[in-house]
Ligand binder design. Structure first.
Ligand SMILES: [Zn+2]
Length: 382
C-alpha cells in the first residue's frame, strides 16, 4: 500500500532540496516573528500546491503555529503527528552572510539540519500520504515557532496535540551516525537573585551584607549538586551583581541550567538547589529562585519503545540499520513523551554541528529518511 508513497518520495530529492534552499535562506531566529512566519508562509504555500489543508494558531510575540492536515485511512483513529520547529538560533542577516549551498554531498546554511531539513521531510511525507492515501490514521503536521528558547508559546499547543495523538515523530536532525534519539535529558532554566545590604566599603564595611559574597558560596554549592554518573548537571552560566567597587554589594544574580534524566532526578536536584537558595553563609542575606523555562525529559516508555521498533523495521525494509541514542540536549519531544504519547526524536535528515557555522545536512539522507518515516507510519497500522 505504501509503494506509491515511497516511490514518489524517492523521486522528490530535487524538489526537497529546492524547498530546503528557500527555507534556509529565510532568517528565522526565535525572536524574529516576521521571519519565523515567513518560513510558515512558504510551507503553507507548499501545502496549498499539494492540496493539503492547513490551519494556523496566531501568536502575538512569537511566530504563529502552522498545522497541516493530511488525509489518511483509518478515519476515527487518533492522528499521527509529524512535528518540527521553524525557528533557529541565528541572528538576522545570517542567511545573507552564508546562504544555502551544497558541497561534497553536504548542504550548509543556518538551520539546514536544525531543523529546516526536518520540516521539508515532514512536509513531503504529509504530501505523499495526502496524494496516495494508505496511512493508518489522519496525519497532522505541527510546525512550531519557538523551540530554541524553550517553547514558551507553543508548549500548550504541543501538549494538547500530543494528548490526542497516537504517536509523534519529531524531525530533529538524525545523529551523525544515522541513529535516532530515544531518550533526552530534561532541563530547568532558572534565575537566582541574592539580596544583601549596601554599605561604604571604607567607612562602614561591617554594616554591609555582601550579596556577591553570598552568591560565591551558593555557586560552589550549586555546582556540587552535579552528579555526572546519574546524569545530573548544574551549570551557573551567567553572573552579575554589585553597585560599585567601593560598595558592599547589595544585589547579585546568577542564571542556572539544570539537566537531568528522569523526573525523580529532577525532584532530588531541585530539593538540593532550593536548600542552597534558602540557606545563607553570609548572615543577613536572602535569596529568591525563579524558574524561567523548562524542558521535560524524553523517557522511553513501552509505547515509545514500540514506535522505535516500528521505525527500525522501516529502516530495515530500506536496508538501513538504526539504533536509538540518548542525547543531553532538550527538545519538544520531551513535552510529547511527558503527556504519555509514544514519541521518537531525531528522525529528520542526518546532520551535525547544529548551532554552529559548520552545521551540515547529508543530502543523500533526505529521501531515504522520508521513506523510512512513511514506512514506519504504515507499520503503525499493523
Ligand atoms: Zn532543533
Amino acid at each position: 500500500m505504501t509503494a506509491p508513497v515511497t516511490a514518489w518520495l524517492a523521486e522528490q530529492q530535487g524538489a526537497m532540496l529546492a524547498l530546503l534552499e528557500e527555507l534556509v535562506n529565510i532568517d528565522s531566529g526565535s525572536y524574529d516573528k516576521a521571519g519565523v512566519d515567513a518560513v510558515g508562509e512558504r510551507l503553507r504555500r507548499f501545502f496549498e500546491e499539494q492540496g493539503v489543508p492547513t490551519s494556523a494558531i496566531r501568536n502575538e510575540a512569537y511566530g504563529d503555529v502552522l498545522k497541516a492536515h493530511a488525509s489518511g485511512g483509518g478515519g476515527g483513529n487518533k492522528p499521527i503527528v509529524l512535528m518540527g520547529h521553524r525557528d533557529t538560533v541565528f541572528p538576522k542577516g545570517e542567511a545573507a552572510r552564508r546562504p544555502f549551498r551544497i558541497e561534497g554531498g553536504r548542504a550548509y546554511g543556518p538551520g539546514v539540519c536544525d531543523m529546516k531539513g526536518g520540516l521539508v521531510l515532514n512536509a513531503f511525507v504529509l504530501a505523499a500520504y495526502h496524494r496516495f492515501g494508505g496511512a493508518p490514521a489522519p496525519l497532522i503536521g505541527l510546525f512550531t515557532s519557538d523551540e530554541e528558547i524553550g517553547s514558551p508559546a507553543c508548549r500548550p499547543v504541543i501538549e494538547e496535540t500530543a494528548r490526542e495523538a497516537r504517536a509523534v515523530f519529531n524531525s530533529e536532525p538524525g545523529r551523525p551516525s544515522g541513529n535516532v534519539v530515544t531518550g533526552r535529558k530534561g532541563g530547568v532554566f532558572m534565575r537566582l537573585e541574592v539580596f544583601g545590604k549596601a554599605a561604604h566599603s571604607g567607612g562602614n564595611y561591617a554594616e554591609g551584607r555582601s550579596a556577591i559574597g553570598e552568591l560565591a558560596h551558593k555557586i560552589a554549592a550549586l555546582h556540587a549538586v552535579t552528579d555526572l554518573e546519574r546524569g545530573t548537571t548544574v551549570n551557573v552560566g551567567l553572573v552579575a551583581g554589585g553597585q560599585s567597587v567601593n560598595t558592599v554589594a547589595p544585589h547579585a544574580e546568577a542564571q542556572i541550567d539544570l539537566r537531568y534524566v528522569t523526573p525523580p532526578d529532577r525532584a532530588d536536584a531541585m530539593a538540593r538547589i532550593e536548600a542552597v537558595v534558602n540557606g545563607a553563609t553570609v548572615p543577613g542575606t536572602s535569596a529568591r529562585l525563579e524558574i524561567k523555562g523548562e524542558f521535560y525529559p524524553l523517557v522511553q516508555d513501552e509505547g515509545s519503545r514500540r514506535l522505535f521498533e516500528a521505525y527500525r523495521a522501516a529502516m530495515g525494509e530500506l536496508g538501513l540499520a538504526v539504533e536509538g541514542e540518548f542525547a543531553g540536549g532538550c527538545a519538544d519531544s520531551g513535552f510529547t513523551a511527558s503527556v504519555g504519547c509514544p514519541t521518537i526524536c531525531a528522525v529528520g535528515p542526518v546532520g551535525g554541528r547544529a548551532h554552529s557555522p559548520e552545521e551540515y545536512l547529508e543530502v543523500a539522507s533526505l529521501a531515504p529518511r522520508a521513506q523510512a518515516m512513511a514506512l514506519a507510519i504504515a507499520g503503525l497500522g499493523r
